[in-house]
Design a protein. Structure first.
Length: 365
C-alpha cells in the first residue's frame, strides 16, 4: 500500500531525502512545499527521480495549498529548525501523519503546542527523526543492553561526542543564533540512543560553555557550542555525557563526532562502542567484538530505515505493538531530555525529569 504524501523542504538536504522516499519506501510524494516555489520547481525539474512524478508541477508555498484537490495521508518536513513547529502544527491540524526532522521545536512553548495537538489527534502518527539510532552498530548496542542484558545491571557509563563543525554562514546559521541549540540539534543524536537503551533518567545536571570561534561561526550564544551532563538513573546510577561541536581537534576519532563514543559499565561486563565497532568485555577478556555498519554516507540509509519505521507506525496503527509505541514515545522523551539539559544549564541546578515533564506536559510519567 503506497501512502500519498507531501514533502516539505526542497533544499539540497531535503532533495536527498525526497529521492530516498521515492525509491526506497512505500510513500509516494504527490506534492512539495517550499517558501521559494520558483527555485523548488526548477530544482525538481532538474532532478530525474522527482521529475518522474511530475513534482515540479506540484509545488506550493504551504501545506494547506498543497492539499487542495489531493488525497494525502502523510507529510515529511525537512526545513530549518525555527520553521518546524508551525509546519508540524499545520500538518497535524490537516489530519496528516507527520514526520519531522529533529528538533520538532526549539523552545518549551512550541513543544507544548505540538504535544497538545498530538494528544488531540490520537488517530495520527507522529515521529521526530533521529537518524543516528538506526544503523547496525546502534541497534546492536541497544539490543545488547536493553534486550539481551549482555552486561547485566548497568552501574554507570559515559558518552563522548567530539567534533569541529563549521556553521559559518551569512546570515548566521540558526544553530549558532538560538540558545540551547547544541542539545537540540547535535547532542540529540546521542541522547536519542540513550533514551532508546535506558529510558529517561531521574535527574540531569547540565553545563554549557559560551564559545566564540569566528572561523566556524560560533558567536558565544548560550548553549550552542557544547555541553556536559550527569544523568542519574534509578539507584543513583550515573551516566556522563561530554560533547562539543567546536573542538580544536578530535582525539577520540571520527566516529565520536556523530554516533558518540560509548562505554557502559555493568555488573557482568562492559560494553564499548567506537563507531561501528561494538566490544563486550567480561572478567578481563574480550568475549564479543563486532565490526558493524555505522552511519551511512550522507545518512541516507539511516533515513531510509526511519522512513520504513514511520510507515510501519501508520500501517499497524490499529494494532500497534509495544515496539512501535516505544518508537513514538522515545521520540517525544528525547526532546524532553534535551530541553531538560538546557533547563539545568540555565538554572544552574539539578533537574528532576519527572517534575520537568509534569510542568511541560501536565503528566506524571
Amino acid at each position: 500500500m503506497k501512502i500519498p504524501s507531501i514533502f516539505v523542504g526542497c533544499g539540497p538536504f531535503g532533495l536527498q531525502r525526497l529521492r530516498v522516499l521515492i525509491e526506497k519506501t512505500n510513500f509516494i510524494p504527490v506534492a512539495c512545499v517550499d517558501k521559494n516555489t520558483f527555485k523548488a520547481k526548477k530544482d525538481l525539474s532538474n532532478d530525474k527521480i522527482a521529475k518522474k512524478l511530475n513534482l515540479h508541477k506540484n509545488v506550493f508555498s504551504s501545506i494547506g495549498q498543497a492539499l487542495k484537490n489531493k488525497k494525502v495521508k502523510a507529510s515529511f518536513i525537512f526545513v530549518a529548525a525555527d520553521q518546524h513547529a508551525n509546519l508540524v502544527s499545520e500538518s497535524l491540524k490537516n489530519n496528516l501523519h507527520t514526520y519531522c526532522v529533529k528538533p520538532v521545536a526549539i523552545n518549551k512553548k512550541e513543544f507544548k503546542k505540538i504535544y497538545k495537538l498530538i494528544n488531540q489527534k490520537k488517530n495520527l502518527q507522529f515521529l521526530q527523526g533521529y537518524n543516528n539510532q538506526w544503523n547496525e552498530a546502534a541497534i546492536h548496542m541497544y539490543k545488547s543492553i536493553h534486550e539481551q542484558k549482555a552486561i547485566g545491571k548497568i552501574l554507570g557509563g559515559q558518552c563522548i561526542c567530539w567534533g569541529r563543525q563549521n556553521l559559518k554562514l551569512t546570515p548566521p546559521h540558526i544553530e549558532v543564533k538560538k540558545t540551547g541549540m547544541f542539545y537540540l540539534t547535535l547532542a540529540c543524536h546521542q541522547l536519542s540512543q540513550l533514551v532508546a537503551m535506558l529510558g529517561l533518567p531521574e535527574y540531569v545536571t547540565s553545563y554549557v560553555h559560551r564559545k566564540v570561534d569566528k572561523d566556524i561561526g560560533q558567536l558565544g550564544v548560550f548553549g550552542t557550542s557544547g555541553g556536559q551532563c550527569i544523568f542519574e538513573y534509578p539507584g543513583k546510577i550515573p551516566l556522563t555525557y561530554h560533547g562539543t561541536r567546536a573542538a580544536h581537534g578530535n582525539p577520540f576519532g571520527f566516529a565520536s563526532r556523530w554516533s558518540g563514543q560509548w562505554i557502559i559499565h555493568g555488573e557482568k561486563g562492559d560494553l564499548k562502542r567506537d563507531g561501528g565497532r561494538v566490544t563486550i568485555f567480561k572478567n578481563g577478556q574480550v568475549v564479543s567484538d563486532n565490526f558493524l555498519k555505522d552511519l551511512d554516507n550522507n545518512l541516507l540509509k539511516d533515513e531510509e530505515i526511519q522512513f520504513i519505521k514511520f510507515y510501519e507506525m501508520i500501517k499497524f496503527s490499529k494494532n500497534k505493538t509495544n515496539y512501535l509505541k516505544k518508537i513514538h514515545d522515545d521520540s517525544i522523551n528525547t526532546w524532553i531530555l534535551m530541553e531538560a539539559c538546557n533547563e539545568s544549564a540555565k538554572l544552574n541546578k539539578k533537574i528532576s525529569i519527572k517534575n520537568f515533564k509534569k510542568s511541560l506536559l501536565g503528566i506524571n510519567n
